[in-house]
Design a protein around this ligand. Structure first.
Ligand code: ZN
Length: 182
């Protein structure tokens, strides 16, 4: 029997048992919390994702659902060096283990390093995708190479060597003031 799985209302145990596969390209704008991080319009941008179910046998012989999730998007963030937008790829590639209920999920969570979720019959996969991508948003996004020349004081690497050649900023300011005064 072939079932259709809906990402917003996933029956986790059945998806895993069937070795189900889902994938999609959803507009980034629909992931409201993620889109809120963007500093430019996210129209026409997509979140690409793939999910794969797998049933694994627990030590006790009980079947346990797992889901392998991969997702990615490119988010325009503010470069912390030059303060212009930087297109930042954000990716997730992770296995999730599902427990039968809240209680066993909490117990497993303490015991293991894995991410343990509750195997709902109405699991919102898109929400998990958004949660996971949000966690990957860097705190200090930066261009590998910033697009424009920077003021000397911001260029850490060149700062020392150029120190000697720098005009004393106060002298420059004083000159500016006296020019204006004329
Ligand atoms: Zn930059």
């Amino acid at each position: 029997m072939k079932r259709d799985f809906v990402p917003e209302h996933l029956h986790v145990a059945e998806f895993a048992k069937a070795g189900g596969q889902l994938s999609g390209d959803n507009p980034l704008a629909e992931f409201k919390r993620l889109a809120a991080e963007a500093v430019e319009s996210v129209e026409d941008r997509q979140v690409h994702w793939e999910a794969e179910g797998e049933e694994r046998e627990e030590t006790g012989g009980r079947a346990e659902p797992w889901i392998h999730l991969r997702a990615g998007a490119t988010l325009p963030l503010t470069c912390q060096r030059c303060l212009t937008p930087v297109q930042t790829p954000i990716e997730v590639d992770r296995w999730f283990r599902f427990a039968a209920d809240e209680e066993s999920a909490a117990a497993l969570d303490e015991e293991l390093e894995d991410d343990v979720l509750v195997a709902s019959r109405d699991f919102d996969l898109l929400e998990l995708i958004e949660d996971e991508l949000l966690m990957e948003v860097p705190i200090t996004p930066r261009h590998e190479v910033c697009p424009q020349d920077l003021p000397l004081s911001v260029q850490d690497a060149d700062f020392d060597s150029s120190e000697k050649e720098r005009v004393n900023p106060f002298a420059a300011l004083a000159k500016l003031r006296s020019d204006k005064a004329e």
